[in-house]
Ligand binder design. Structure first.
Ligand SMILES: Nc1ncnc2c1ncn2[C@@H]1O[C@H](COP(=O)(O)OP(=O)(O)OP(=O)(O)O)[C@@H](O)[C@H]1O
Ligand SMILES: [Mg+2]
Length: 340
């Protein structure tokens, strides 16, 4: 099945053509980082306007890369998938209207995809033979979730963030340091050159709960900055390294506690923060030590992209078919993860 997929939940406009869930015929991602970086965060109105400006170009490019023209679109594409939520209301609507217009013109079925399921299944693009159960660790700009995937579309949500998501914490700390937006990549780069033991930030393990809370580390970081002058590059790198270490250790510790407790043998990461080099290393090392299989998407599939939406859509239609109600196709900014 050839799926034409669109993603526009936040600040990336993306289109992809995905054959049978894992064969990526094309993937185009247009990022709005330049627009939002001067505000140190995504400005919803600017994001939706930019999606409107970009979406047609992104669609044309994705079709061109897959060598599909308007004349053979109907013959070559079987269904249109799009991100239905969660995300920014104005951003979601742009992708949804584009998908619905194309579906209506070419008389194709629509598959609504939960953005979190896009991140959750993104690793399958490069691991098509994986079988549940597995623990999914979704670490992104808006989420930090531990989810047991019992089967495709059957979830047990163990916990999520009670305040800041992991990516949000990286972004806010980078802002405190006067670094660029988004903060994750720049902190990661500096952290590689610093000493992770330089400053000891408390690890918020939240024992007795599978939830996360990163706002405490953020406050501790701010207090440290108020009490100490950062005079040189080495100190800055040490601080980035110490912060990254605290976040990574917390996530890795809780994930491995969860696989132990629930007797799982596989962990899959997803979301922008899974591009973090320390988090990737720690999961791989701990996986080896504990005989747990670790799946981490390539960086292009970590951050928002339409290929993961096409992949999730393929899995979903295999179980749920291609007939979705108007209600199911309606954009929902606060959509949560639920069983199919
Ligand atoms: N190398 C990295 N280390 C840490 N964080 C990173 C890295 N690369 C990207 N990030 C973070 O990933 C986040 C973006 O990820 P993503 O695009 O998945 O989030 P989102 O789509 O905004 O949120 P959500 O998926 O929860 O709706 C940003 O907060 C960014 O700082
Ligand atoms: Mg995302």
């Amino acid at each position: 099945m050839n799926i034409f997929a669109l993603e526009s939940s936040c600040d990336e406009t993306s289109a992809s053509i995905v054959l049978n869930g894992t064969n990526i015929k094309s993937i185009i991602i247009s990022s709005q980082i330049k627009i939002h970086s001067k505000f140190f965060g995504v400005v919803p109105e600017l994001a939706s306007r930019s999606h409107i400006e970009n979406i047609n170009h992104v669609i044309y490019k994705a079709l061109k890369e897959a060598r599909i023209g308007f004349n053979d679109f109907a013959k070559k594409i079987d269904a249109i998938a799009f991100t239905v939520g969660p995300g920014l209301a104005g951003s979601l609507i742009v992708g949804s209207i584009a998908a619905k217009s194309i579906a209506s013109v070419y008389k194709k079925p629509l598959i609504p995809v939960n953005h979190l399921e896009g991140h959750l299944y993104s690793f399958i693009i490069e691991n098509k033979d994986i079988k549940p159960p597995f623990l999914s660790v979704i670490i992104s700009g808006g989420h930090t979730e531990l989810v047991i995937v019992k089967d495709f579309g059957r979830y047990r949500i163990l916990g999520g963030t009670r305040d800041d998501a992991a990516g949000e914490a990286f972004d806010k700390v980078a802002k405190m340091l006067g670094l660029s937006y988004p903060g994750g990549p720049i902190i990661d780069e500096r952290a590689e050159k610093g000493n992770p033991q330089a400053v000891l930030f408390t690890r918020p393990y939240m024992k007795g709960s599978w939830d996360f809370s990163f706002s405490g580390i953020k406050t501790a970081f701010l207090n440290y900055l108020k009490a100490n002058h950062i005079n040189n590059e080495n100190q800055l790198n040490d601080l980035c390294s110490s912060f990254r270490q605290a976040i990574a250790e917390t996530i890795v510790f809780k994930a491995f506690e969860a696989v132990r407790k629930f007797n799982l043998k596989q962990i899959a990461l997803g979301g922008g923060v899974s591009a973090n080099s320390l988090i990737r290393r720690m999961f791989k090392e701990n996986g080896k030590k504990n005989k747990i299989k670790i799946f981490i998407p390539s960086p292009i599939y970590c951050t928002d992209n339409a290929a993961m939406i096409g992949c999730a859509a393929y899995l979903k239609q295999k179980k749920c078919g291609l007939d979705y109600s108007t209600e199911q196709l309606k954009s929902n900014p606060s959509l949560t993860l639920s069983n199919w």
